[in-house]
Write a protein that binds this ligand. Structure first.
Ligand SMILES: Cc1cc2nc3c(=O)[nH]c(=O)nc-3n(C[C@H](O)[C@H](O)[C@H](O)COP(=O)(O)OP(=O)(O)OC[C@H]3O[C@@H](n4cnc5c(N)ncnc54)[C@H](O)[C@@H]3O)c2cc1C
Length: 312
């Protein structure tokens, strides 16, 4: 069985930064990534708030650069490798993948991130991939000269709505409140774009279609107005995320929403298991904070491994 010093589970910004720090400190480091590396950020066309890149860059490019930098220091990225269990093994941990392979690690950093939340309304599952999407970068081009609705009012929703104006003839932003949550400068750009039309104080009750494609969304008013059956060809959903913490949910402390509780330095309440990024209960969920927490978790994991090794 392969023995590593530090196993990082998840190849998003948190995991890749943890791997960069750990491998640069000469620890034998492996990142397990169930898909391709980069994490959620690869689904966005443009990241303009990660320092060092004036003018911004594509999310996929940022993910690729982070991967390259971790690999330059010797981190091994095992793509399409999903970890399904972590079991204590004497002084180490045994990680088992869904392919049945096992690895021994002295310390583990859980950086499994988050996945977009669903609306949970009729029609959403039925029309996924047939008009319903969670990725404007992936699917926006299919909606050239079409009308789409973006659901949500935060940064991701409004940024993605702006991106969709490159293709769509009209982009409705459906938000349950009468003002957006997005950062002011993003809002200003949205309101200056005449393809964007807000649908204030409305929530989606149903995604409707003709059996093969989306044809409208049924919107309920949060202010007692009559329902609105809004004709659209596509629905892009950005209503937040939920943590991918199932792997450790019964073995480390998590909050009620399932976010892993960590201390300031990324320690969980299971010695040797650290966590970083969107899977944790930290407030701001962005690339910069995921990267920063990945660095802290790696620093503490390295210290933990050193202490354990010296104690043997
Ligand atoms: C549409 C959109 C736009 C965004 N725009 C911005 C922006 O402009 N600026 C910004 O700063 N942030 C933005 N964000 C937020 C940012 O992408 C996240 O905060 C960041 O990616 C979190 O990084 P992470 O490493 O914690 O988790 P993630 O990026 O979620 O990565 C976790 C990785 O772990 C992998 N994984 C999960 N479970 C396992 C397992 N059991 N085994 C192996 N691998 C596993 C997943 O496949 C995934 O690749 C955006 C997010 C979205 C969805």
């Amino acid at each position: 069985m392969e023995q590593v010093d530090i196993a990082v589970i998840g190849g998003g910004p948190a995991g890749l930064t943890a791997a960069l720090y750990a491998s640069r400190a000469r620890a034998k480091t492996v990142v397990f990534e169930k898909g391709l590396p980069g994490g959620q950020i690869v689904t966005t066309d443009h990241v303009e708030n990660y320092p060092g890149f004036p003018g911004g860059l594509a999310g996929a490019e940022l993910g690729a650069l982070m991967t390259k930098q971790a690999e330059e220091f010797g981190a091994v990225i095992r793509t399409f490798t999903e970890v399904e269990s972590i079991v204590p093994a004497d002084l180490d941990f045994t990680l088992r993948t869904t392919d049945g392979d096992e690895f021994l690690a002295r310390a583990v950093i859980v950086a499994t991130g988050a996945v977009p939340r669903k609306l949970g309304v009729p029609g959403e599952a039925e029309y996924t991939g047939r008009g319903v999407s969670w990725c404007a970068t992936c699917d926006g081009a299919f909606f050239r000269d079409k009308v789409v609705a973006v659901i949500g009012g935060g940064d991701a929703a409004v940024e993605e709505a702006l991106f969709l104006t490159k293709f769509a003839s009209k982009v409705h932003i459906v938000h349950r409140r009468d003002e957006l949550r997005a950062t002011k400068c993003i809002q200003e750009r949205a309101f200056a774009n005449d393809k964007i039309e807000p649908q204030w104080s409305r929530v989606v009750r149903e995604v409707r279609g003709d059996g093969s494609r989306v044809s409208s969304v049924l919107l309920e008013s949060t202010k007692g107005e009559p329902d609105l059956d809004l004709p659209v060809d596509g629905v892009f959903i950005f209503v937040g995320v939920h943590p991918v913490s199932e792997l450790v949910r019964t073995s480390v402390a998590c909050d009620d929403a399932g976010y892993v509780r960590t201390d300031h330095d990324g320690r969980t309440d299971w010695p040797g298991i650290f966590a970083a990024g969107d899977v944790t209960d930290s407030e701001l969920k962005q690339v910069i904070t995921a990267a920063a927490k990945g660095a802290s978790a790696a620093f503490e994991a390295l210290r933990y491994v050193d202490q354990k090794t010296c104690g043997i």
